[in-house]
Design a protein around this ligand. Structure first.
Ligand code: C2O
Ligand code: CU
Ligand code: CU
Length: 480
């Protein structure tokens, strides 16, 4: 019998415990149980920390503490997930970046009651890349995410499998989040509809002072910003450039290098991390550099835009790693152009605004089934969306579209925020296929989006989850 290629593992450092293939029958349907529940984990000595987490089964029981689930799937396989809401409030599961039918997308209207179950079942049509899942209930997303609900989905495909890239323990998924941990070792969520939530404690895969022992070799690091509001300006402590091979929706056409990379909430970046210059005993740190965000920045001691270390990589084993960075990576990045869009003459323009203290998009806040006339793209058509961040408060907003990925083709600055722009603009990765991108204060971006597979109701919103919950979110309807 043909066996499923997918495995289920747990994000730990260096270990991906996989199940026997017999647990995953039949081939090409990945059948899982997923439960959202309250749990505890040992984060600091003393009292355990209460977390809300996704538990995937079947899985090795010993692997259940302290880690995010990661689901491995191959493009074209079916994910068949029986979800149980073990929380005391409604929740839904949104498959961030996966192109799924509207009824499977975790829309707030489809939230599952406490104790209820729902079967999410869809084909994974996406390119190889790093995707994720998180809750999406009406006005409760920020709190549930800050309590710990998140997981990763790693998609592979033939093109990606044929490349010589770091594999197995040298392919690591790292979820970066900030928390506010109080004196009793508990996560504290502080609601702030404008500023959002910024915690002073940086965790990677739920580990504080994150560190990983590495070989003197090249690693593929899949970095996911699972924070509610915090933006990272990623760089290496030893000054080596950041070599990027992939973004939200898969590999770039070719690697690029940057002195730093911006990673806003919801975004992913895949980094070629070359530790071959280290000797045993040596260390390099992934850090976030200082930048000027604009807007409210207060973060209980660690402000938005402050500099800090994220994670240390300690060389413990000397090896000879002959791997070379592939000169080309993927032919699958869509070549959308502004001129090729069907609405080139009359693009869809979506301003951000702040009205009576509440952020809006397209001149309104979220209405559960509300869709405006200019929020109806057509299936299969390449269309321009223009987003204008002229909102007061002068904040950057991480914009996210559900459904198919997009290309950011133009960024136009108002000129009113030169310091903010100068401190971030070299870190954008617009050469790849994206589903989330940071829109700077005073900036207008033009992107091209093409709904590839499904008509129906989808969301677009700010991925600063406090903004999303307070209504900086809208529906769009893909017309058949
Ligand atoms: Cu990751 Cu609608 O969100
Ligand atoms: Cu999404
Ligand atoms: Cu926002």
């Amino acid at each position: 019998m043909k066996r499923a290629i997918a495995t289920i593992g747990w994000l730990t450092f260096g270990v991906q415990a996989s199940l026997g293939a017999d647990d995953l029958a039949p081939a090409n349907i990945i059948k899982l149980n997923l439960t959202a529940k309250v749990d505890t984990m040992p984060l600091y000595p003393g009292q355990e920390t209460t977390v809300w987490r996704y538990v995937v089964s079947p899985l090795p029981p010993s692997a259940q503490k302290s880690h995010f689930p990661v689901i491995y799937v191959k493009k074209g396989q079916i994910l068949d997930v029986t979800f149980k809401n073990g929380l005391s409030e409604p929740t839904s599961v949104h498959w961030h970046g996966l192109d799924v039918p509207a009824s499977m997308d975790g829309h707030p209207a489809d939230a599952i009651k406490p104790g209820g179950t729902f079967r999410y079942r869809f084909v994974v049509p996406n390119r190889a890349g790093t995707y994720w899942f998180h809750p999406h209930p009406d006005q409760l997303t920020a709190e549930q995410a800050a309590a710990g609900l998140a997981g990763a989905i790693i998609v592979s495909d033939n093109e990606e499998q044929a490349l010589t890239l770091p594999r197995a323990k040298r392919d690591q998924t790292l979820v970066i989040q900030d928390r506010y941990i109080n004196g009793s070792n508990q996560f504290q969520y502080v609601s702030n509809p404008q500023g959002g939530f910024l915690g002073p404690h940086i965790l990677v895969n739920d580990m504080r002072n994150a560190a990983m022992n590495v070989d003197t070799a090249v690693y593929r690091l899949r970095l996911l910003n699972g924070s509610n509001t915090r933006i990272y300006k990623l760089a290496w402590s030893n000054g080596m450039p950041v070599t990027v091979i992939g973004v939200d929706q898969g590999l770039l056409a070719a690697p690029v290098t940057r002195n730093y990379v911006m990673l806003s909430p919801g975004e992913r970046v895949e980094v070629w991390a070359d530790f071959r210059s280290l000797t045993v005993g040596g260390q390099v740190k992934l850090r976030s550099l200082a930048f000027t965000p604009g807007g409210p920045v207060s973060g209980f001691g660690l402000n938005q835009g402050a500099a800090f270390d994220i994670m240390a990589f300690n060389a413990t084993t000397a090896v000879t790693d002959p791997i070379t960075l592939p000169a080309t990576l993927s032919t699958g990045v869509p070549n959308y152009t502004l001129a090729g869009a069907t609405n080139y003459a009359n693009p869809r323009v979506i301003p951000f605004s702040l009205v009576n203290g509440t952020f809006q998009m397209n001149g309104a806040t979220f209405g559960m089934d509300e869709v405006a006339e200019n929020e109806k793209p057509k299936l299969g058509e390449e269309q321009i969306w223009v987003f204008q961040n002229n909102a007061s408060l002068q904040m950057p907003h991480p914009l996210h579209l559900h459904g198919s990925g997009f290309r950011v083709l133009e960024r136009i600055q108002s000129g009113a925020f030169p310091t903010q722009v100068a401190s971030m603009q070299d870190g954008f990765l617009d050469e790849g296929l994206k589903d989330t991108t940071l829109v700077m204060p005073g900036e207008t971006i033009k992107l091209v989006h093409k709904p590839l597979f499904y008509s129906g109701l989808f969301l677009y919103h700010c991925h600063n989850l406090a903004h999303e919950d307070s209504g900086m979110m809208r529906n769009y309807r893909v017309l058949p």
